[in-house]
Design a protein. Structure first.
Length: 66
């Protein structure tokens, strides 16, 4: 994978989480529902960031730095 592609994936994950949080904060759902939605968004973003970090580790293990 190219460095630019990895950076773009990271930015997409963070941007998606930001948009989801903004949507949750401005929706008219009850507070308890909003909290659950925030927990879900956080869990999802954390999961995707962990996958992204695993890809980074694999990328750097395959290509030894010079």
């Amino acid at each position: 994978m190219k460095k630019e592609h990895l950076v773009q994936n990271y930015e997409d994950i963070v941007e998606g989480f930001y948009r989801e949080v903004q949507h949750i904060l401005y929706c008219r759902a009850p507070l308890q529902t909003q909290v659950r939605m925030l927990h879900s968004a956080h869990y999802r973003a954390t999961y995707y960031l962990q996958l992204h970090n695993q890809l980074l580790e694999q990328h750097f293990q395959e290509k030894p730095q010079e």
